[in-house]
Design a protein around this ligand. Sequence first.
Ligand code: UDP
Length: 375
Amino acid sequence: MSPALDYAVVGAGMFGSVFARCAAEAGRRVLVVDRRPHIAGNCYSEAVEGIEVHRYGPHIFHTRDAGVWAFVNRFTEFNHYRHRGLVRNGDRLLSFPINLATLHQVWGVTTPEEATARLEAAREPADGDNLEAWIVSQVGRELYELFIRGYTAKQWGREPRDLPASIIKRIPIRLTWDDNYFDDPYQGIPVGGYTRMFANMLDHENIRVETEVDFFDHRRELERAASRLVYSGKIDEFFDYRFGELDYRSLRFQTEQKPGDFQGASIVNYTAADVPYTRIVEHKHFALQQTDRTVVTYEFPQKYDRGREPFYPIRDWRNTNVYERYRQLSQTGQVIFGGRLGSYQYFDMHQVVGQAMATAKRELSEGRQTTARAA
Ligand code: UDP
């Protein structure tokens, strides 16, 4: 008997939901399961006192890919939020990523020329291929200590010299007064929240969604129910950790309701090593809302172990090698892997949308006439 479904998608986060939508629009029948009681993965948001709270950390959508932007705009309107970072270190509150305003605050410089001269004097030749060596070679030790060292050590649970520079290369350094966090032309926060965007994406006659279904409790059933499996969970878990466990970093969130406006900005990063949290998120500022009350979340990085949520893949040398073995194994089978956990990549949302769209296009245009449809 042929399976009743074309695809069983594991994970209702960004990869699974975008793939499901693309497949459904191509006439395929899709079941999406998620072990959590809700859709939207780590993008999940919900209203608290009329404020949309990002339950698994702040999510700011940004992309330079017009196709990705057009796709997500089919399911929500985006507001005109533009992210500007702030760093708190002791009594100082500084503009971040490093730009002319930052260098004015720290060194008193006022022109790009003065800033260039100060930076050139501060830079040290890179003494290795790691995060610390790279950033010190760009901005010098003083700025590294002020902005990077404490935050990075807390965030990743490792010294910056033991981490790859790629983690930090995503953040621009600018010698202009442009204090935008991202360079991307398309940015915003979904009006009505991320969860509603996902609900709209999954709202299709060919898609069925089941939450609180753990793939590993129903593996046989799901594999039989569909012609093909799409998996966006941890790749090491999928293969029963046969090449060893990959490392992840986890987070703990502490959310509080308060009167008024707590910090006047959506995110303040706390870069001092002796403050236990990395950032405070004030959710109402994402929605550009003015309300009498506010909801803030303190973000505490923590060690990952099985039972906790894996948020960040730690792609150091060991993990990259272990992942490579899983990746090669994944290519010998019929299962489609994607997303942050399925690809073991520190992806942003727009990269996952792009990955899922490209995967679906390849999959659906190959004319892979699945048995369910042929039946
Ligand atoms: N980072 C830092 N200080 C900051 C902000 C970021 O040292 O104030 C470093 C840190 O290593 C972090 C990386 O830059 O992991 C990437 O930061 P991003 O804001 O992109 O992290 P995300 O929002 O994805 O957690």
